[in-house]
Design a protein around this ligand. Structure first.
Ligand code: PDD
Length: 287
């Protein structure tokens, strides 16, 4: 089946789908996006993703391209036309295209594009064995809580991790505390068994996976503490893991080459991963 993209009201062959060269997303990163997992043809935590999309749009004073009901229909249609049961949907809204000018254009229509891709999450080996992270300075703008396409520091960090033989880079603020990964949220489990992740202030993106997992933790009776943690604390932690739409819950076994705990995925991480997978499977209609 050939891939189909949605571009401003039209379903086009993926290979030839494009936006205008003066799209503000292209010129100013003046655009926001969402990546949503699909399971069994259904979008996982769709409403939470749409709520975050609206938050991002509002923060940038950008109009929504269409109402939520219409948006949901288009998202479903993109999955259907691409024949995707399990995968990801990518959605991007830019302020539209207009002659290059820093001011917001008076008349530009927001531009909406969507693509979808088949995928089943990270390779089994990574899940079973865990991954390594490196730490890097957080050089992003001061509003990474807005899911904008301003992702150059993230791309540079991810590439740096790859070149260092690591899976992800954990970004560190000026005070030495981990903010988040380049495309995931960062977590540790302390010696006391507390789950620690940075509070969702303007310093991190409030992950939908993070939010879903917080709900599950409460049901599992685990203790959550939302606060910053340092790199030293991460290295000395009992367990560590990362969360995102594309990874769900993935064990982290080294930080800058230092083994976390015994250097293997921890039992709380594994339990949370299984609980999260069950939560996702349920939304996809599995029994
Ligand atoms: N990234 N932090 C950052 C900087 C992210 O880019 C992401 C997601 C997350 C996790 O958010 P969520 O759980 O809602 O996926 C945290 C997506 C997957 C991406 O850009 O591909």
């Amino acid at each position: 089946m050939s891939r189909i993209a949605y571009v401003n009201g039209r379903y086009l062959p993926h290979a030839s789908a494009s936006v205008h060269i003066e799209d503000r997303g292209f010129q100013f990163a003046d655009a926001v996006y969402e990546v949503i997992a699909a399971r069994g043809g259904r979008l996982v935590d769709e409403d939470m993703h749409l709520a975050r999309l609206h938050r991002s749009l509002k923060a940038l004073k950008m109009a929504a391209p269409m109402g939520d009901a219409a948006l949901k229909l288009v998202m479903q249609e993109v999955l259907r036309r691409n024949g995707i049961a399990d995968g990801f949907l990518y959605l991007q809204v830019s302020r539209g295209s207009a002659p290059r000018d820093f001011h917001f254009p008076k008349r530009a229509e927001p531009s909406l594009v969507m693509t979808a891709r088949r995928h089943r999450g990270p390779a089994a080996k990574l899940v079973e064995e865990g991954v390594g992270v490196i730490t890097i300075p957080d050089i992003r703008w001061a509003r990474p809580d807005i899911k904008s396409v301003s992702l150059l520091p993230n791309a540079l960090g991810k590439q740096q991790a790859k070149e260092a033989g690591a899976y992800e880079a954990w970004q560190v603020d000026r005070d030495g505390y981990v903010t988040e990964g380049t495309s995931s949220n960062a977590w540790i489990v302390t010696a006391a068994g507390e789950l620690v992740t940075r509070q969702a202030d303007s310093g991190i993106l409030n992950g939908v996976t993070r939010l879903g997992l917080i709900g599950l933790m409460q049901r599992e009776g685990l203790k959550l503490v939302e606060r910053p943690f340092s790199v030293a604390e991460a290295k000395a932690a009992r367990e560590a893991f990362l969360t995102s739409t594309t990874n769900f819950v993935l064990p982290v076994i080294t930080v800058d080459g230092t083994p976390v705990g015994n250097g293997h995925p921890g039992s709380i991480t594994t339990r949370l991963r299984e609980a999260y997978e069950a939560y996702v499977a349920l939304q996809g209609g599995a029994r």
